[in-house]
Write a protein that binds this ligand. Structure first.
Ligand code: OAD
Length: 233
């Protein structure tokens, strides 16, 4: 790999967790675990049927106990531990597999299953169990805790920090994401604009493949360890 690479930004999506046994969002049937995304992942859905939305994320949270990080999460954690320059892993995933593999330079831009958010005061708290509707916030006491998931129409987390890192990047890598959801899908264009090398690792070409200097097709569990070996060589 090019010795001029110091600052790396890595964007991950559902494809990196697929081989751990977690469903991706845009499968062949277009459903996420049997649900249309707009029935479980919008503020309107939460207002219309709070119990359904909570139950859906309770099931996803419970499923985390049955899965383990795979070789791709582990390789990124090794890169995080050993890379001497700046590195930021930006994940769209709400699972906790990156941190369970040991990654620390990590942002969950779409929220986290293992967190609950107070819809009244905005306080977030770690949450491991089921989250019944009407659970009170331990800060403001209002019965307003909801899953800490960034729904469609809501602002992803830490956009300023992500934007700054992408603008400083020498290498931008996108792993296991379909490139269908903005703003994450647009990071590659910003990275190219500032002169970064851009690389995509995915099972199939994504919606944004044309923006990448290079696309490598295959399973993340093989492609990511290969890339990390190249970077650390
Ligand atoms: P998608 O389900 O849209 O895309 C997953 C991508 O992973 C596809 O391009 C697959 O080809 C690829 N893929 C599948 N298995 C793979 C493997 N073993 N190795 C490598 N690639 C593989 O998921 P995302 O792009 O992450 O938002 O979806 C983006 C956002 O849409 C999600 O964060 C979610 C959803 O609505 C929220 O929950 C807010």
């Amino acid at each position: 790999m090019n010795p001029d690479i110091h600052n790396i930004v890595i964007l991950t999506g559902a494809g990196i967790s697929a081989e751990s046994g977690l469903a991706t969002f845009r499968g062949p049937d277009g459903l996420w675990e049997g649900h249309r995304v707009e029935d479980v992942c919008t503020p309107e859905a939460l207002a219309r049927d709070e119990a359904l939305v909570h139950r859906f994320y309770d099931e996803r949270r419970a499923k985390l106990a049955e899965v383990q990080p795979n070789a791709a999460h582990q390789a990124l954690a090794a890169l995080d531990a050993q890379w001497p320059g700046d590195l930021l892993i930006v994940t769209q995933n709400v699972d906790d597999l990156h941190e369970r593999a040991g990654a620390t330079r990590l942002i969950h831009m779409h929220g986290e299953l293992k967190s609950a958010l107070c819809a009244a005061c905005g306080k977030a708290v770690p949450w491991a169990a089921a989250l019944p509707p009407g659970t009170p916030c331990d800060g403001c006491r209002k019965p307003a805790l909801r899953p800490d998931i960034v729904f469609f129409g809501e602002m992803p987390y830490e956009m300023d920090r992500i934007d700054a890192a992408v603008r400083d990047a020498d290498l931008f890598v996108s792993i296991g994401t379909s490139g269908a959801v903005y703003p994450a899908a647009g990071f590659v264009q910003t990275a190219r604009h500032v002169g970064a090398r851009t690389l995509e690792l995915n099972l199939d070409p994504s919606a944004g493949s044309i923006y990448f200097h290079e696309t490598r097709l295959g399973p993340a569990s093989a492609l990511v360890p290969d890339l990390v070996r190249e970077l650390l060589a």
